[in-house]
Design a binder for this molecule. Structure first.
Ligand code: AMP
Ligand code: MN
Ligand code: MN
Ligand code: MN
Length: 282
């Protein structure tokens, strides 16, 4: 059997390894392919693609876009095989990143008002690309304001936290349209994070996305237990959706996640084959 990882992050967003290093890790781990899916940016794709070519690892351009969704859930959409030169996608990523810039300033203001003396420069110094809350969490830990990254989210940065700020978002419909207009396939990341109360609620949400053009769902993910995996695999089969999978590797920012593994399972190369076959259909 051959395996891949179709969901991982680099320093272009909130991972701790450079794009080329993520590819080297995939090669060292014996994976035959991967997709880099940084938050709201394709800034790491060129570097990763070049390294993949050098090492003979199959590579699929990717992006993970945060879409509007009611609390306490979160909705992330993966775009695979997007044309990184697509002008509209470039405009979108610039807008999302600019929105993050405004939000970062607001988070710092909130923290400072709470007596937490950290600066944006300290956060920026940790980040290589798109800044995310994990970078804030790391600074809070390093400066001794909290004992762990998780405490940083619970107390300050997570939904309901004292310094929580929403980020610039895009509707799910628009995110799917943008991914597809850029030649990609659109996949709902980690459906468990929608936090649907029950299966029927989840199916209603999914049906909406399918109506907007969703191509697949991420069946294998580090947050999914066996029951969720079996259920999502059955849904994908029933609705003729692509099944995808990935670890959601973030390097040292999420040390519990093992590259190449969705919790205990590995991701079969057939998942990548089928995405590529769908892309070839155009
Ligand atoms: P951002 O893209 O800046 O909104 O940050 C999102 C990142 O923060 C994701 O990688 C999440 O896994 C992480 N995150 C969000 N909420 C929490 C939470 N409550 N506890 C731990 N990590 C979280
Ligand atoms: Mn992340
Ligand atoms: Mn996500
Ligand atoms: Mn992710």
């Amino acid at each position: 059997m051959s395996y891949v990882d179709l969901h991982c992050h680099s320093t272009a967003s909130d991972g701790t390894l450079a794009p080329a290093d993520v590819v080297r890790l995939a090669n060292d781990a014996g994976l035959v392919g991967l997709s880099l899916t940084d938050h709201d940016t394709i800034g790491g794709i060129a570097e990763a693609a070049a390294e993949a070519k050098k090492l003979g690892v199959r590579f699929l351009a990717g992006i993970e876009i945060s879409a509007e969704y009611p609390r306490p859930g979160t909705m992330h959409l993966l775009g695979y095989g997007v044309d990184t030169k697509n002008p509209a996608l470039g405009d979108l990523t610039r807008r999302l990143i600019a929105g993050r810039g405004d939000r970062n300033v607001r988070i710092i203001e909130r923290l400072n008002q709470l007596g937490v003396a950290i600066t944006l420069a300290e956060v920026e110094a940790l980040a290589g690309g798109t800044i995310g809350r994990p970078h804030f969490a790391e600074v809070l830990v390093r400066k001794g304001y909290v004992s762990s990254r998780q405490r940083a989210f619970d107390e300050y940065l997570g939904q309901g936290g004292k310094a929580y700020e929403d980020k610039e978002t895009i509707t799910p419909k628009r995110a799917i349209e943008m991914i597809k207009a850029a030649g990609g396939v659109a996949v709902l990341a980690h459906p468990i994070q929608l936090r649907a109360d029950n299966d029927s609620r989840l199916e209603t949400e999914l049906k909406n996305l399918v109506d907007f053009g969703l191509d697949g769902i991420e069946v294998l993910h580090s947050d999914h237990n066996d029951r969720t995996i079996e259920y999502l695999a059955a849904l994908a089969a029933r609705w003729n959706l692509l099944s995808t999978g990935g670890s959601d590797f973030h390097g040292g920012n999420k040390p519990h996640i093992r590259f190449g593994f969705a919790a205990t399972r590995r991701i079969p190369v057939e998942f990548m084959d089928k995405i590529e076959a769908r892309l070839a259909l155009g």
